[in-house]
Design a protein around this ligand. Structure first.
Ligand code: SAM
Length: 159
């Protein structure tokens, strides 16, 4: 697979998984947390799919397209591993983490702390969607939509 094909496959997986979980998220209370704003594309998608829902967004920098910048009070600047700690116990309905790098060694480091963090941010029944695996006893892996190849992007439910 070329890097272009890999990119397209990741974007498609993000869209299809977010579209799968958003109708469920819409039925439950709780914040939506977007870990990794980047260009803001998935933030923009979540804002469209979950109108009126508060979405708190985290990144170490603000470099999104002008159309996809969160309100100042909903943007948390800094290293997610540290900044998200103050949200532990917030009972989020959805945490989406798109902070994979494409480098296996770096993503392996992220996998040492991200699953624990996400499990502590979600309410029971809440959803986690991530580009990196979320191996954690409280995060039950769900099958992605048929359009998403195995292990392309991950969707879990907090038990
Ligand atoms: N989903 C976004 C979109 O649709 O535009 C793209 C996210 S981009 C792939 C990843 C972003 O996460 C980058 O902006 C990067 O700065 C941020 N990021 C990655 N790891 C981070 C960390 N540990 N703490 C804070 N920000 C991080």
């Amino acid at each position: 697979m070329t890097r272009l094909e890999n990119f397209i496959s990741r974007m498609t997986a993000q869209r299809d998984i977010l579209d799968q979980v958003c109708p469920e998220v819409a039925k439950m209370e709780g914040l939506v947390l977007e870990l990794g704003l980047g260009n803001g594309r998935t933030f923009h998608h979540l804002r469209e799919r979950l109108p009126g829902r508060r979405i708190v967004v985290f990144d170490r920098e603000l470099s999104a397209h002008a159309s996809s910048i969160p309100d100042a009070e909903d943007f948390v600047l800094g290293e997610i591993r540290e900044t998200a700690k103050r949200f532990i116990g917030i009972d989020a309905a959805l945490v989406h983490a798109d902070i994979g790098t494409g480098y296996d060694d770096r993503d392996a480091v992220t996998s040492t702390w991200l699953p624990d963090l996400i499990a502590s941010l979600l309410r029971v029944g809440g959803f986690a969607v991530s580009g990196t695996p979320l191996d954690h006893p409280l995060l039950q892996r769900l099958p992605p939509p048929p359009s998403v190849p195995a292990d392309r992007y991950f969707v879990c439910r907090r038990v």
